[in-house]
Design a binder for this molecule. Structure first.
Ligand code: HEM
Length: 332
């Protein structure tokens, strides 16, 4: 039997969460870049493939949207809509729901006549009618409703004075930042805490790219960090709930099951009517134990963590345990 057949057999036996995981590295070292590519391009990995859809639905769909609802009940500041962004939110509804129905014709449908819309979501046993532009036609308001249908977080950027401003969003699964704090800020200011990116002109290049995005165009990029446990809500607001564990996890024998590679697939879309930019952030978490089931991934993640410059590790909040994680991955 050839090695290729062996590899295929091992890959075929892997669970979906591994096969569909958006593995983010293309080499054994990682640096920031303005890494954008067209959306919906399928990417083959050592374990399977990802990226064929704009709005990915996976085994966590119902539990993720339920958790989002609970976070919003506890902390309404995770939704922000400055008044001039209301049309952009409706624009997102009229863009994303049809896209999701097209990608899932067996379980979803979207019909629109004028401003009257009907949305059916069989996965939630839900059928609703609403009117574009009428906030009272969707319970909880349009943005909260949209956030109950997709797993992605959403950020809306307004374009004015030749710059981009974060003026609305629904973010319940932030990787160590705060929507409430960032609302009203410019793209440049938002990236102020990130090391290297301003000096290396990555932020200005990214902003120039976004300023020129045409209506309907869709691109994407990935970003990554590490998170302890399958914890989606690592916002600044809940810092005391999750941050202290970063100091003790290195000595925890359960480290391979508890430390997760957290990958964000971020879509960048110019909404067709409002002209706003919609930034979708879809978060995937895969434990190091799962990563290690794909030998090439084990090696690459181990080396990336070992090689990452200290300022980047510090910013990502992983400096106290990345060596333990890397040592475990590279031990066999
Ligand atoms: C091509 C476009 C973009 C590039 C190249 C880019 C680059 C980056 C990088 C390198 C980081 C650090 C991530 C890490 O080490 O974990 C970051 C963080 C962040 N980015 Fe972006 N980004 C882009 C688009 C956006 C957009 C559209 C938004 C929405 C306003 C955004 C909001 C943020 C936020 C909130 C953070 C966390 C900042 C903090 O720590 O307070 N980014 N970005």
């Amino acid at each position: 039997m050839s090695i290729i057949i062996d590899t295929d057999a091992v890959t075929a036996a892997l669970p979906e969460r591994i096969k569909r995981f958006p593995f983010p590295y293309s080499s054994e070292s990682y640096r920031y870049s303005a890494n954008v590519e067209p959306s919906r391009k399928v990417v083959m990995t050592e374990a399977g493939e990802w990226g064929g859809r704009l709005l990915d639905i996976d085994e966590h769909y119902l539990s993720d949207v339920k958790e989002r609802g609970e976070v919003l009940d506890r902390d309404p500041s995770r939704i922000q809509v400055l008044p001039h962004m209301r049309p952009a939110v409706w624009d997102a509804i009229a863009t994303l729901l049809p896209a999701m129905a097209e990608e899932n014709p067996d379980s979803m449908s979207f019909h629109r006549e004028g401003n009257n819309c009907r949305w059916w979501n069989g996965l939630q046993d839900l059928e609703v009618e609403f009117t574009i532009g009428d906030d009272s036609s969707l319970q909880g308001g349009p943005l909260r409703f949209l956030g109950s249908q997709i797993q992605d977080d959403m950020v809306f950027l307004d374009q004015r004075e030749d710059a981009l401003w974060l003026d609305a969003g629904l973010v319940t699964f932030a990787a160590d930042w705060s929507l409430g704090f960032d609302t009203g800020m410019k793209f440049h200011e938002i990236h102020g805490p990130v090391p290297r990116v301003l000096e290396e002109k990555i932020v200005s290049r990214a902003e120039q790219f976004l300023l020129r995005l045409q209506p309907g165009e869709q691109y994407r990029r990935t970003n990554w960090t590490l998170t302890i446990d399958r914890r989606l809500d690592t916002s600044t607001e809940t810092y005391p709930n999750w941050a202290p564990e970063r100091g003790t996890i290195a000595d925890d024998p359960a480290l391979p099951d508890r430390v997760h590679l957290r990958v964000e697939v971020q879509h960048l879309i110019r909404l067709p009517h409002s002209g706003a930019i919609l930034f979708l952030v879809r978060t995937y978490l895969l434990s190091l134990a799962d990563i290690a089931r794909v030998p090439v991934w084990r090696e690459i993640v181990g080396r990336v963590l070992a090689e990452l410059p200290e300022d980047m590790a510090e910013y990502k909040g992983i400096s106290r345990y990345r060596k333990a994680a890397s040592d475990w991955l590279l031990a066999t």
